[in-house]
Design a protein around this ligand. Structure first.
Ligand code: FAD
Length: 452
């Protein structure tokens, strides 16, 4: 009988446990992707992510066709759509790789419904290194701090890779599918995606090339990862976000290369994958990560309202704050859908601390403009910067974006790339005084603590 494989954040053929299990079952395989803008549990993806999704699905459809089965596209509330598809195809089983956001409630309900209807429903571990419910501290609780969390993870084995299907057979009758074009995931007028197109080529084949190139050529220099003008980070974040490559593949590729590479840089890199893992584990136990402060005393933090800070927020979004490192980052983001991590820290801290704007305003802008916008990493990092998050620094850290630039972009190569007018009269004065706004933020923090 036909097996239905429902893909979500795992747009790949290699190391895809659900797809591998479907192949093992024998019989026709129908692979479906559902664009779900309807279910309350699903956070609708932002504009840059939609661009990525379009191209990643195009690539996946080509790969699946080569293997022998088409990619079926459907739109709507996934719970209903999958059940309809089971009825249409007479599928005897539905397989998927697990997700860990609030959307997992959809999966749990669906699994129950399908089984009640006599259809097999099975889910697999695929998109994290470790299943969140299995990594707990001595009292069986999820870890709240990264370092012990990652130490515990490092003592465990990562699962082996799932085998890659050599062939998939299609059902005898074609299954109707939407056309990707009808989803309108790409911008029309204005076409803002030019810079993103020039920067990225979505899809699994390019993701695997990017992984190999990084490990073979760049990893040795990863110690320079904080310098935004050096291209020494992996740029795998959108690939991991859409599952064009799995963290397990990255893990095995890095650890098997370590004898040749420097173990310290490899550990540093794996530690960053560990932050991804940590944020997903946090989201698993705190599904409102993008909406609510983890530390509730921040509920009384005296943020400026969006209307009070409207002009400053606009200047921040469009890279016109008069603070070169922040402006360079915000322009890189707008143009390419990406921003270097060190600059994300500086730009986010500037918005939250110097402009005293609620972290959720920044989180939403990043959500819309990043190609790697990730349901756990984005709010997790914003809450970390705001100090409201799980593993917050013990003091109220305020990055100084001028000192950050001197330290990490001493020759101003990154800044000049994105803000060529930085040394001319055309460049604006700072929208705030850094020293004064720093004192204002510290006073706001003290009042928040005192109110508790
Ligand atoms: P590398 O240095 O090569 O790291 C490898 C992988 O590790 C990354 O691809 C990513 O999956 C993970 N990783 C690295 N740093 C972090 C981190 N600090 N937190 C969690 N995972 C990390 N990352 C996202 O993937 N999506 C987001 O939406 C996102 N939003 C962010 C918002 C803010 C305010 C900040 C400060 C950081 C955010 N990050 C986010 C984390 C980080 O900036 C990016 O993962 C990183 O810049 C991606 O580049 P890379 O793949 O070259 O990283």
């Amino acid at each position: 009988r036909t097996t239905l494989v429902w893909l979500r954040d795992d747009l790949r053929i290699t190391d895809n446990p659900a797809l591998a299990a479907a192949t093992d079952r024998g019989g026709p395989v129908v692979v479906v992707f559902v664009l779900d803008d309807d279910s309350a549990e699903v956070r609708p993806i932002g504009s840059a992510s939609r661009w990525w999704l379009h191209h990643s699905l195009t690539s996946l459809a080509e790969r699946l066709a080569e293997l022998g089965t088409p990619l079926v596209l459907r739109r709507g509330g996934a719970e209903r759509v999958i059940q309809e598809l089971v009825a249409e195809t007479g599928a005897g089983a539905v397989l998927w790789n697990r997700r860990y956001s609030a959307a997992r409630e959809i999966d749990a309900r669906l699994k129950t419904r399908l089984r009640e209807d006599g259809v097999e429903a099975e889910s697999f571990a695929a998109n994290l290194l470790f299943e969140p419910h299995t990594v707990t501290n001595g009292s069986g609780e999820p870890y709240r701090v990264y370092t012990p969390f990652w130490r515990a993870c490092r003592q465990r084995d990562v699962r082996p890779l799932a085998p890659t299907p050599a062939r998939l057979s299609a059902p005898p009758d074609p299954v109707p599918s939407d056309l990707l074009g009808s989803w309108q995931l790409l911008p029309t007028a204005p076409d803002w995606a030019g810079g993103i197109r020039d920067t990225w080529s979505p899809g699994e084949p390019d993701a695997l090339i990017a992984l190999n190139d990084f490990v073979d050529e760049t990893l040795v220099d990863y110690g320079l990862r904080d310098q935004p003008s050096r291209s020494v980070t992996s740029r795998l974040s959108p690939r991991l976000r859409f599952g064009e490559v799995s963290p397990v593949q990255v893990w095995h590729r890095i650890t098997s290369a370590v004898p040749g590479a420097d173990a310290t840089v490899a550990d540093k890199f794996l530690g960053e994958l560990g932050w991804r893992e940590f944020n997903w584990h946090v989201l698993y136990s705190f599904p409102q990560l993008a909406e609510r402060n983890i530390r509730s005393e921040f509920d009384r933090f005296p943020w400026q309202s969006e209307s009070e800070a409207g002009a400053e927020i606009e200047a921040w979004r469009h890279g016109r704050t008069g603070i070169p490192l922040v402006d360079a980052g915000m322009r890189e983001l707008w143009r390419t859908g990406y921003m270097h991590n060190r600059v994300r820290l500086a730009a986010a801290s500037f918005l939250v601390k110097n402009l005293l704007v609620d972290w959720r305003v920044g989180e939403r802008w990043f959500w819309d403009t990043l190609v790697d916008a990730d349901e756990a990493n984005n709010p997790g990092n914003w809450q970390w910067i705001a100090g409201s998050g799980m593993d917050a620094a013990p003091y109220f850290r305020i990055f100084n974006p001028v000192l950050q630039a001197q330290k990490f972009d001493p020759e101003r190569r990154y800044i000049r790339t994105w803000v060529p007018e930085v040394d001319s009269a055309d460049y604006p004065e700072p929208v705030v005084d850094l020293a004064l706004s720093r004192r204002r933020a510290l006073a706001a923090y003290e009042s928040t603590k005192a109110g508790g």
